[in-house]
Design a protein around this ligand. Structure first.
Ligand code: SAH
Length: 362
């Protein structure tokens, strides 16, 4: 298992990681009011703020020199202003249509984003950090360590990039890429606000997934958002959870669930629980019974994720009969449950396989 950082160490690490927005404050992520103020500071009339806003969020512009409605001289002066878009480093498409993007940030760091099309939706799985400090044993991202938090424009950019590539509007955003979103709450919430108000994605169509950081689910609830909260639970008891998720040592399941209950009370939204199925480890009928016990009377939904293989560890995905038995055991106890279909497995774009490389072990 990976070496364990203390919770204080994890929090300190994440809170001091410099968000890129403090370097040169790119335009992406700014509201209409902020952009209007920005153009006025440049001696331009307020309506140019609206033009800039539409160009940025509706047209997905990349360089201010492209804005043909702006006066030529001003445009030339703006050519070097950072917009906040990444560049495409690598793209690969799985047979099921899922596309994995490696995006290069302004400082040269690489992150992963996944575009997942279905008949009625286009979902983007966004990263919230470069790497991840949580070091969950089954997750490829954690194996590579943590570099820094993403700034809000770097999160919004991922959505615009997928929108542009697919030539259609993104309908859903899930914070299930690289990183732990609740260790980067300010930038994640800034991105959620902008994706909602500026890009036009409904809050209810966004999901923040977390392994759980003490006190931060409660804090998130206080924002009264309508986003879905997903908890990476993965185990039906504390002892088992600690073997899979090092940080769980600092956060008893009962306390985690109490904070989730508060989230439901404050927001009126049900919580999703994600549960990776690992053969012979957490996939037995007694685990389903234990899990159902925890969730009794809870407005929730369980999302089972059959394990997606990564090279460093030797876990196995249970066979389909066993997965079905787990589903049946939960249903018999009136737990709402679904099994997540793995998308993009062929390109290492599925849950837990994101490591900012072109292939496993790369
Ligand atoms: N840090 C956040 C968000 C990123 S992970 C969190 O933990 O929720 C997105 C989901 O993929 C999480 O539920 C995570 O536990 C799961 N996951 C990680 N590795 C996996 C693997 N190898 N197979 C299947 N799911 C995995």
């Amino acid at each position: 298992m990976s070496s364990t950082l203390s919770l204080d160490q994890i929090q300190a690490l994440a809170d001091t990681a410099l968000p890129a927005s403090s370097l040169d404050a790119p335009l992406l992520g700014k509201s209409l009011a902020e952009l209007t103020e920005w153009v006025q500071q440049q001696g331009q009339p307020a309506y140019r703020g609206k033009q800039l806003y539409q160009w940025l969020y509706q047209q997905g512009g990349r360089s201010l020199s492209e804005i043909s409605v702006f006066p030529k001289q001003w445009r030339a002066a703006l050519a070097e202003v950072p917009v906040g878009r990444s560049s495409l480093h690598y793209r690969s498409q799985a047979p099921d249509g899922t596309v994995k993007f490696l995006l290069k940030l302004a400082d040269g760091r690489i992150i992963e984003t996944v575009g997942i099309p279905t008949e009625k939706r286009l979902t983007v799985c966004v990263s919230s950090q470069v790497g991840c400090p949580m070091a969950c044993d089954f997750c490829a991202t954690g194996k590579g360590g943590f570099t820094r938090n993403l700034a809000r424009h770097e999160i919004i950019d991922q959505v615009l990039t997928v929108q542009e590539d697919f030539g259609e509007r993104v309908s859903n955003v899930v914070f299930m890429g690289m990183g732990e979103p609740l260790l980067n709450s300010e930038e994640v919430l800034g991105a959620v606000r902008s994706l909602n108000l500026d890009v036009g994605i409904g809050q209810r169509l966004m999901t923040i997934s977390t392994v759980g950081i003490p006190g931060r689910i409660r804090r998130l609830a206080q924002h009264h958002l309508q986003v879905t909260l997903a908890i990476s639970l993965h185990a039906s008891n504390q002892t088992l959870r600690e073997t899979l998720i090092p940080s769980a040592t600092h956060y008893p399941i009962q306390t985690l669930l109490e904070e989730c209950r508060e989230y439901v009370q404050v927001t009126g939204r049900r919580v999703s629980f994600e549960y990776i199925l690992l053969a012979g480890l957490n996939d037995m009928p007694e685990h389903a019974a234990e899990l159902a016990e925890h969730l009794h009377g809870f407005q929730s939904h369980v999302n089972l994720i059959p394990y997606n293989p990564i090279s460093e560890v030797d876990y196995q995905r249970p066979d389909p009969r066993r997965i079905q038995a787990f589903v049946d055991a939960l249903k018999a106890r009136h737990v709402a449950v679904s099994v997540r279909r793995s998308r993009g497995l062929e390109t290492d774009a599925a849950c837990g396989q994101l490591r900012a490389s072109r292939s496993v072990g790369g």
